[in-house]
Design a protein around this ligand. Structure first.
Ligand code: BMA
Length: 825
């Protein structure tokens, strides 16, 4: 097989003009214009609005390439495009090869007849996606519902929905050859498909069925050689003839090393290689897939609360802890494996074992799923349909979607990380109703796609994986009655969109919370990157341009005033918004972890950002950790100590939640102090934390202390240790922090080098210091902890390896240590 890579240098021209500029493939027109200095940085201030002309134009990509006579002489010669975004017309040597209309498909076209020996040219012209969706809308009015920030009509085009704007994302519907493109030439036959099935029924072994199918150009005797290797060593091999282009190899792996999600075990990966041989033993084609040996199911069975909704890996149910993933850049083409690794490793550091690839973005790149396999992050994978009625009455769209679903299920099904296929995001919630004329889909139209077409594809190509029609979805009773607390998954938005207080979460006992969230601003460093000094007020035009959730900034302030004093400066407002966000999600997650096994998962909205913006993310566009991410690291800890204070009843419950697979002996202590840090009462006990359970360890009678000191003068500090190490710590308040008369905590810091460009920062406080955070003025750094509480007398050691090496003196100069009190003045 000959493969000619067509990636690299191309030229791009705006259609109807003659000036061309250099282009990169894979790439997109916005990044090409940026590289050619034709546009300013798209995310800076309000440049987005000035760049909307780009999406209205058509763009032509061209390049020349050579074809050797022996390539052209092969029996089949194809053009293979792994991703064309989106409305492409392809010509080779001036002759039209094809037109495409789906960015999520892999396209192949026979090009033997249009190619010539020697010099050839290829041209891929992209038509304006926005002109197209406007045209389709006009043909079949009115629209299905679209949110405030999304361009209406995006449901007509199989293109990343959020590129048309979202309530956290800008409008950059770009175009380009966004994944590799190549010429493929072969004789006789090639591999058409390889599907690997695992059977775990026998103890001590895993049986693999490797089904191979070939596409043949002519009759020929073909052989498949299948090898399984682990750690570079071949551990199983089979060699078998293909009959009618098919063969299934059966291999056995003894003493299998099982794949586990994060914190449950390791992530061993096996490689399954398939070679296709002709009668003389020549290799015609080969492929390799990395697999993990595990079973991973969504378990739904009737139980005391209704119907369970829990993921079960290797027969062990586990609490899913994580967040929702959106495209990590408005220009997804510039994401590298390193970018994915940085974000996914941050997810791991925050103890996340599951992410939901949300249906308004893209089916992610292979490297994303490879990394999740390696890191033990399970993936809830939505098909890419979100927040709109879809015109499923359009036969051509349905055929297009079927091909897209088949491509992506085939591409991704070998990944051990994938836990679930889900039909769509939030369509059942409010988009299905009487008719298209109401801006909604009928249930009949909805069912065609989400109850029939997509589950059919999953059943045919990946039958062992579960399919879930929508998120959220309720499987019992009236399905339009979403967010049923007894079954299914829930998107709980009364906090934030519904303006309910954080305590609202305590009334929710859903089975699986796949979305809930609260916004914050990014940190000053990030905000300074998209603003000028005169923009630095949260009500400025530019700050509001970088806020897409309606009146989001005023909502942040509304909640802030419920909890905190009005911050004294712009920067303090940014930081305090992060603390507020962290608290909202901490309330929710700790409550739902305590509710296990009734509730078996929390995926907060949202992990990451696609540009610098005020949003629900815990990692900003640059991957900088917001307060929420540090708090997630603590509230997602496998062993968690948490408190549930009830001032009205005069009690506080102390809980220990364990996600561990085995019982663990732990020591827990609590220390009730006044605001000066003087101990009023303390206690502790040693317990055995039951595996995968929540335990109410203690109900402390607080009435005497509330009577004597008042709710505004009490702090309850809790710690959970195994041996000498503190595994989890927490603080309970009995009044809103704004009402606490805190004193200056008098924090002191000591900085020591700890080798390999890392430092240890020792912090001490004279008085209780709440939400102590660290940052470096000009250098990026993730600290071992931040946004924690410091009790007097205790010293806390924080480690840090700045992103770019700096000296101790430089670190000391840049180091900012602050706490709640610093937002007051
Ligand atoms: C959800 C998501 C997104 C949205 C988020 C915040 O429901 O599915 O569509 O961005 O809420 O509003």
């Amino acid at each position: 097989m000959t493969i000619i890579d067509l990636c690299g240098e191309w030229k791009v021209t705006q259609s109807g003009t003659s000036e061309s500029m250099p282009a990169r493939v894979p790439g997109c027109v916005h990044t090409d214009l940026l590289a050619a200095n034709k546009i300013e940085a798209p995310f800076y201030r309000d440049n987005e609005a000035k760049q909307r002309w780009i999406e209205k134009a058509d763009w032509k990509y061209t390049r020349a390439f050579d074809i050797a006579p022996e390539t052209l002489a092969q029996e089949r010669v194809l053009l293979r495009c792994y991703g064309l975004d989106t409305l492409a017309t392809i010509k080779i040597n001036g002759k039209k090869v094809a037109a495409t209309d789906n960015m999520f498909r892999t396209w192949e076209f026979d090009v033997k007849d249009v190619l010539q020996e020697g010099a050839n040219t290829i041209e891929v012209e992209f038509a304006s996606p926005t002109a197209y969706i406007q045209k389709r809308r006009a043909e079949r009015p009115p629209d299905g519902y679209t949110g405030l920030n999304e361009m209406a009509g995006y449901a007509w085009l199989r293109k990343e929905p959020c590129s048309f704007g979202w309530d956290w994302g800008p409008i950059f519907p770009t175009c380009g050859i966004w994944r590799p493109i190549q010429i493929v030439a072969f004789n006789c036959a090639r591999l058409a498909d390889v599907y690997i099935q695992q059977d775990h029924a026998t103890a001590g072994a895993v049986a693999l069925d490797v089904s191979v199918s070939a596409e043949t150009v002519k009759d020929a005797a073909l052989t498949a050689v299948v090898t399984v290797s682990f750690d570079g060593k071949t551990i199983a091999e089979a060699r078998l003839p293909l009959v009618n282009g098919r063969a299934t190899a059966q291999l056995k792996i003894n003493d299998p090393k099982l794949w586990w999600p994060l914190n449950m075990g390791d992530q061993p990966l096996y490689t399954v290689k398939v070679d296709l041989l002709d009668a003389s033993g020549n290799i015609l084609d080969s492929t390799a897939k990395r697999i993990g040996l595990r079973t991973l199911k969504l378990d739904r069975h009737p139980d005391a609360f209704g119907e369970s909704f829990q993921f079960v890996v290797n027969d062990v149910p586990f609490f899913a802890k994580g967040a929702n993933w959106i495209p990590a850049d408005s220009f997804v083409v510039r994401l590298t494996r390193e970018d994915y690794a940085r974000l996914l490793k941050s997810a791991v550091e925050a103890n996340m074992n599951m992410l939901r690839v949300w249906g308004g973005g893209i089916y992610e790149n292979d490297s994303f799923y490879d990394l999740c396999d390696e890191l033990g992050i399970c993936i809830w994978q939505d098909f890419i349909f979100s927040c709109s009625a879809y015109p499923t009455f359009d036969e051509a769209l349905m055929a297009n979607v079927r091909a897209e679903a088949e491509d992506n299920v085939r591409r991704l099904r070998h990944h051990p990380c994938i836990a679930l296929w889900c039909g769509n995001n939030e369509l059942e919630q409010y988009l299905v109703g009487d008719s298209w004329q109401d801006g909604k889909m009928s249930w009949e139209d909805y069912s065609k796609l989400f109850d029939k077409l997509l589950p059919e594809v999953v059943q045919a190509l990946d039958p062992v994986r579960d399919y879930w029609p929508s998120s959220p979805h309720t499987p019992i009773g009236d399905r339009s009655d979403y967010n049923d607390p007894t079954c299914g998954d829930a998107h709980l938005w009364a906090v934030w969109h519904g303006r309910q207080p954080f305590e609202w979460y305590y009334g929710c006992l859903h089975r699986f919370n796949s979305e809930f969230g609260f916004q914050s601003f990014p940190e000053p460093k990030t905000v300074f990157g998209y603003t000028l000094p005169q923009d630095r007020n949260i009500t400025s035009y530019i700050m509001e341009q970088h806020q897409r959730s309606g009146t989001g900034n005023s909502l942040i302030i509304q909640y802030m005033l419920d909890w905190f004093r009005l911050p004294a400066s712009f920067e303090a407002t940014l930081w305090l918004s992060q603390i507020l966000q962290g608290m909202a999600i901490k309330h929710a997650v700790e409550h739902w972890r305590r509710s296990m096994p009734r509730g078996m998962g929390t995926l907060y909205w949202q992990l990451n950002d696609c540009w610098p913006v005020a949003s629900w993310s815990s990692l900003d566009y640059h991957g900088r950790w917001k307060a929420l991410h540090y708090m997630a690291k603590r509230f997602y800890s496998p062993l968690l100590i948490s408190a549930l204070p009830n001032v009205k009843k005069g009690v506080v419950e102390i809980h220990v939640t364990s996600d561990l697979l085995a019982a663990k002996n732990v020591d827990i202590t609590w220390n009730l102090t006044d605001l000066e840090g003087n101990t009023i009462s303390r206690g502790g006990e040693s317990i055995q934390a039951a595996p995968r359970e929540n335990m109410l360890v203690e109900s402390l009678d607080m009435q005497p202390y509330l009577d004597k000191y008042g709710a505004r003068n009490l702090l309850l500090w809790m710690e959970l240790r195994t041996g000498k190490s503190i595994i989890s710590s927490n603080l309970a308040l009995f009044a809103r922090p704004k009402h606490l008369e805190l004193s200056d905590p008098g924090i002191t810091t000591r900085v020591a080098e700890s080798g390999n460009d890392a430092f240890t920062i020792t912090l001490k406080a004279r008085k209780p210091a709440l939400w102590v955070w660290l940052s470096l003025k000009d250098t990026d750094a993730v600290f071992s902890d931040s946004f924690f509480h410091l009790s007097p007398g205790n010293s806390v050691k924080i480690t840090v390896s700045p992103a770019s090496p700096i000296t101790r003196a430089e670190l000391k100069k840049q180091l900012i240590v602050a706490s709640l009190m610093d937002t007051y003045s």
